[in-house]
Ligand binder design. Structure first.
Ligand SMILES: *Cc1c(COP(=O)(O)O)cnc(C)c1O
Length: 235
C-alpha cells in the first residue's frame, strides 16, 4: 500500500497552515522531498502526485535513482522533470559527480569544495544553485561554516562563475529544545539579512525538517526539507 500521496497532501497542508499562521504567502515556501535511502518507486509515486524537487544525501545511493528516473521521465513526457538537490555532507572526491548530476547543493561549507563544484559544472547546464551551510549548534562534529567565517566564504563563493549563491542552510541540534531550534532559525535569517545588507542577493533560507518545519517557516524558511513525514521512517 502506498501512502505517499496522502502524506504529501498532509505536509502541503501543514506548510499552508504554518504560513497563514505567521502571515506569509505559502507560495514562497518550496517543499523539498527528502528521498534518501528510499527506492526510486517512492520518488516516482511522489512525482506522480505533483512533487518535483527531491533531496538526496548519499551520492552512491542517489546516482542510480537519478539516472533511472531522469531517463524514464524524459521518455515518458517532455514536461517538467525532477529537480535534484544534494543535501548531504560534501567530500572533495565527489564534487565532480555532484556538480554533474544535481541542480542544487545545500551543504556547502568550504571554498575548496566550491571551487571543485565550479570547475566541474558542465558548460551546457545552468549554474549550480548553492546554499552555504552554517553551523549554529556549536557541535564540532557537525558540518557547516562558523558564523564569523561566513561573510568571507559567501563573498568568495558568490564570485565563482558556474555557481549561483542562493542562500543559507542550517540543521539545528536535534536534541536542543524547540525554543533553541527556533532561535537558531532566527539567527540564520539574521545572517542572511546581514549578507544582503553588505551587497549580496540571497533569496533562500533552507531550514526546517519533519520535526521543526513550523518553527522554520515562522522564521522565514523558503525551502523546507521533509523526509520522514512524506516517505515514512528510514531504517
Ligand atoms: C534527512 C535530512 C532531512 C529530512 O529529515 P526528516 O526528519 O526525515 O524530515 C532534511 N535535511 C537534511 C540535511 C537531512 O539529512
Amino acid at each position: 500500500m502506498n501512502e505517499i500521496p496522502e502524506r504529501l497532501d498532509r505536509v502541503r497542508e501543514r506548510i499552508r497552515a504554518a504560513a497563514f499562521a505567521c502571515g506569509r504567502d505559502p507560495g514562497g515556501i518550496a517543499l523539498l522531498a527528502v528521498s534518501k535511502t528510499k527506492p526510486a518507486g517512492d520518488v516516482l509515486a511522489a512525482f506522480a502526485a505533483g512533487q518535483h524537487r527531491f533531496g538526496e544525501n548519499y551520492l552512491q545511493d542517489a546516482l542510480p535513482k537519478i539516472v533511472a528516473l531522469d531517463a524514464a521521465l524524459t521518455d515518458a513526457a517532455p514536461g517538467p522533470a525532477i529537480e535534484w538537490h544534494f543535501i548531504g555532507r560534501i567530500q572533495g572526491n565527489k564534487c565532480a559527480e555532484i556538480s554533474r548530476h544535481f541542480a542544487w547543493v545545500h551543504g556547502l561549507d568550504s571554498l575548496r569544495h566550491a571551487q571543485l563544484l565550479d570547475r566541474h559544472r558542465p558548460d551546457a547546464a545552468a549554474p549550480l544553485q548553492v546554499c552555504l551551510q552554517v553551523n549554529l549548534s556549536g557541535e564540532a562534529s557537525k558540518g557547516g561554516v562558523e558564523a564569523d567565517a561566513l561573510p568571507a566564504l559567501a563573498t568568495a563563493v558568490a564570485a565563482l562563475p558556474r555557481l549561483t549563491l542562493r542562500g543559507l542552510m542550517t540543521m539545528p541540534d536535534p536534541h536542543a529544545g524547540a525554543a533553541r531550534q527556533r532561535a537558531d532559525f532566527a539567527r540564520l535569517r539574521g545572517l542572511r539579512d546581514a549578507l544582503n545588507a553588505a551587497g549580496l542577493a540571497l533569496d533562500t533560507l533552507s531550514m526546517g525538517m519533519s520535526g521543526d518545519m513550523e518553527a522554520a517557516i515562522a522564521e522565514g524558511a523558503t525551502i523546507v526539507r521533509i523526509g520522514t513525514d512524506i516517505f515514512g521512517p528510514r531504517d
